[in-house]
Write a protein that binds this ligand. Sequence first.
Ligand SMILES: [Zn+2]
Length: 90
Amino acid sequence: MTLRTLTPAELSTLLVRLSERVSIVGEGFVGLRCDGDLMQTRRILESLGKTPGEVRWIVAELREVGGYCDCEVLQNLGAGDPDDDPDELA
Ligand SMILES: [Zn+2]
């Protein structure tokens, strides 16, 4: 998954921190605590130094790729690339 609004490193940091916050148990992403919004995602982005304007753009892009809430961001952006292996170089 490549985003226009986040570098691969930032995306990877976001997903790691998000999984720490919303995962209930460590078996894959079976147990997720989700409020149905992107509050945790927004907080993590702010902690990465993103401005409110940047957070708005990033959230818009996350929704484009199917991340309408914290757990969907994890499931739709985190799946299938667990160790960030750069074997899909364009
Ligand atoms: Zn959710």
